[in-house]
Write a protein that binds this ligand. Structure first.
Ligand code: GLN
Length: 241
């Protein structure tokens, strides 16, 4: 079985270990006998998103984000079609912010987003960055742990990954983290998120397999080490509360 992942702008959008997400996807596919081919996309001019089974966009500093905006704008319609069609995708922090209407930097510059989803993100000069370890309780995925570091506050009415127990998540007011729409996940969690949250990793792989191969029986693999790491962090954060 073969799957293809497009990894957008790995040279520009890769903060706080985001590349670990791609390694986790690759490994958890491999352990199930699935070959995950990874294609790094640095120029979007001639790419067709319909040729991939999932895609990944990592986080970036404001500077990198403004450079990457141009590349993403070229394939805006492709992105929309893929997301509406149920292509699984993971987008982190800056990568997540691109999908909305705009991201206003701390300097007040308004970087247009792809406007695929109805949300916006703003940083404020007089408000601190949202930094630290984060614990989210998710109905679908259980405890999700990670690290966040962002100035942007994102506001939307879509489904989320869950409720913030420790940390900030989408913003510093509504205690919700991330976005879940069709099979698209937007999240502020770095760290990287996937290695220590195997339920999220498997959700993406499963969705890609279902899209491509229909009713495929997903093999169980041993998650003891990953879940131990998840529990260890979740316990520390809960006890600190
Ligand atoms: N530059 C964006 C912000 O500060 C995204 C940062 C990130 O990707 N970690 O909100």
């Amino acid at each position: 079985m073969n799957l293809k992942l497009y990894h957008f702008m790995p040279d520009k959008l890769n903060l706080y270990g985001d590349i670990g997400n791609v390694i986790a996807l690759k490994k958890r596919c491999e352990w199930r006998g699935i070959n995950l081919e990874i294609e790094n996309i640095t120029d979007t001019s001639n790419i067709k998103l319909s040729n991939c089974d999932m895609f990944f966009i990592g986080g970036g500093s404001d500077r990198e984000q403004s450079i990457a905006t141009e590349q993403f704008a070229k394939i805006k319609n492709e992105f929309k079609a893929a997301i509406e069609g149920g292509t699984p995708a993971l987008t982190i922090c800056g990568g997540y912010q691109f999908l909305g209407e705009y991201y206003k930097t701390v300097e007040g510059e308004k970087l247009p987003g792809l406007n695929i989803l109805d949300f916006y993100t703003e940083s404020y000069k007089d408000k601190p960055r949202l930094i630290g370890n984060i614990l989210v309780e998710s109905e679908q995925f259980g405890d999700i742990v990670g690290f966040e570091n962002h100035g942007g506050r994102t506001f939307h009415n879509y489904g989320t990954l869950g409720d913030v127990v420790v940390g900030y998540g989408n913003n510093d007011s509504d205690k919700k983290e991330g976005l879940l729409y069709n099979n698209l996940i937007g999240t502020y969690l770095h760290g990287a998120i996937l290695p220590k949250n195997p339920n999220v990793t498997d959700y993406l792989i499963k969705a890609a397999l279902e899209n491509k191969y229909g009713n495929y029986e997903f093999p169980d693999i041993n998650n003891d080490i990953e879940l131990d790491a998840n529990r260890y962090m979740a316990d520390i954060l809960r006890n600190k509360k």
